[in-house]
Write a protein that binds this ligand. Structure first.
Ligand SMILES: [Zn+2]
Length: 438
């Protein structure tokens, strides 16, 4: 154990506090001196890591908030520093000079591909995986490739909490064979995703390569599925029942939960929290109270003051996220009167966004073909490609407007009384959000 390194890294952290330092530099420095530095730490026995393509930040934040509200002292990487360097920084921030982290509970959000790097030195004990979707295909090679990698590299001596309605996770789990698995999901509900008439959306059975049959399909590849070879969605330990999306409520084991937003994917995030917290001694009433409170994360399903109304902003990082946003807009637009909403779509294709853009063509933009839509504004590197998509779908030409300067048009629309909805991907988010709040 190196006390010298400890004090240097602490010094860097303290100097950074004075300025606006990034969350990864202290960890980066420590790892450059001692690549296995994570092995030095003594961590609380109660610990959980949270990963998955979508929902890991909000699930981790909800869990952290809940455990804090029960009076437990927690260590959590709240700034979303979920890669190796960021997690190392978090450990240094919370550790004493003997590299001990004396919290009651460790709750760490972790990037999917970072898991093997961290778990080489740290046993996660419990691991939540929310879902695996195609995301940053250039980095992962697709969700099945990612599932294969993880099935070979994750530790087996863990309690794994997974979405029992996600074929990729079910397969991963069957390959990995962890010590214990807790499944959460939904079954007996009338909810169905909007039909997407795209053949590219078919799910292929990972065992026999035939097409999976869906009895229920809630969003993306999530639902109740089966295959003739016997591969199917798993029995659930925590099942959301009596789902009322209009009023935003459901129950699990007779306890009612209220959703801060009416979104199907949110039910899954909440189920992950409910499952883990219940298995770790938190009373269901406390879980329910905590989960019904909104947590604000910039750009994630966020409502911001705009004109006399509130504008809605959502960060979209992959096809599943985009289709969820479109489903939400579908329901919103139906509620509105004629020609009363603007929709802003701001997509770049910088490396941080993922360079593969084929998924745009597979998304259900038809849901935006409604009377209540006044204009659809397109911004960012992909605006030409987006315009082509809308043209191919025979949208009214007069409604589609390509814009160069996001700020100017947002400023203009602030003077109008339309309801405004913003969808942005990663590298456009700051520009869009700043223009809204300005
Ligand atoms: Zn099969």
């Amino acid at each position: 154990m190196s006390k010298g390194l400890y004090y240097i890294v602490k010094l860097i952290i303290n100097i950074q506090k004075l300025g606006k330092g990034g969350t990864s530099f202290p960890g980066k420095f420590a790892l450059s001196r001692k690549p296995d530095v994570l092995a030095n730490f003594t961590l609380p026995d109660n610990r959980v890591f949270i990963s998955g393509t979508n929902g890991k930040t909000s699930t981790a934040n909800s869990l952290a908030k809940l455990f804090e509200q029960t009076g437990r002292k927690i260590t959590h990487n709240a700034e979303g520093a979920n890669m190796l360097q960021g997690i190392t920084t978090t450990f240094f921030q919370k550790a004493n000079s003997k590299y001990q982290i004396k919290s009651d509970h460790l709750i760490i959000e972790i990037d999917e591909l970072t898991m093997p790097l961290v778990f080489k030195y740290v046993s996660p004990k419990s691991l939540i995986i929310t879902n695996l979707f195609d995301d940053q295909i250039d980095r992962y090679g697709g969700k099945w490739a990612l599932a294969k990698t993880l099935s070979e590299q994750l530790p087996k001596d863990i309690t794994l909490y997974i979405n029992g309605d996600d074929p990729t996770l079910i397969w991963l789990c069957q390959q990995l064979k962890p010590r214990k698995v807790i499944y959460f999901g939904l079954r007996k509900t009338e909810l169905q995703k909007n039909k997407i008439d795209s053949s590219s959306n078919q799910e292929i059975c990972p065992r026999c390569q035939r097409e999976l049959h869906y009895e229920k399909n809630f969003y993306d590849s999530i639902g109740k599925f089966s295959c003739d070879c016997g591969f199917k969605s798993h029995e659930l330990d925590y099942e959301a029942k009596d789902i009322d999306l209009e009023n935003g409520s459901f129950n699990v084991n007779e306890q009612i939960y209220h959703m801060p937003y009416q979104q199907i994917y949110l039910i899954y995030n909440m189920l992950a929290v409910i499952a883990y917290a219940s298995e770790n001694g938190i009373k269901t009433k406390q879980i329910s109270e905590s989960l019904s409170q909104k947590i604000n994360i910039a750009g994630r399903f966020e409502y911001l003051d705009f004109n006399e109304k509130q504008a809605w902003l959502n960060l979209v990082k992959n096809p599943a996220g985009l289709n969820q946003s479109l489903d939400f807009l579908d329901r919103e637009l139906i509620k509105l009167e004629d020609m009363s909403a603007n929709i802003f779509i701001a997509f770049n294709n910088k490396p941080a966004d993922g360079l593969d853009t084929s998924w745009i063509k597979q998304s259900n933009f038809n849901l935006l073909k409604k009377q209540s839509v006044h204009k659809i504004y397109l911004a960012g590197d992909l605006k030409d490609e987006m315009a082509k998509v809308f043209s191919d779908l025979n949208f009214d030409k007069n409604k589609i407007v390509m814009i160069e300067h996001v700020e100017d048009i947002i400023k203009t629309e602030k003077q109008n009384s339309y309801q405004n909805y913003f969808i942005s991907n990663f590298t456009m988010l700051n520009e869009v959000r700043n223009a809204i709040v300005k």
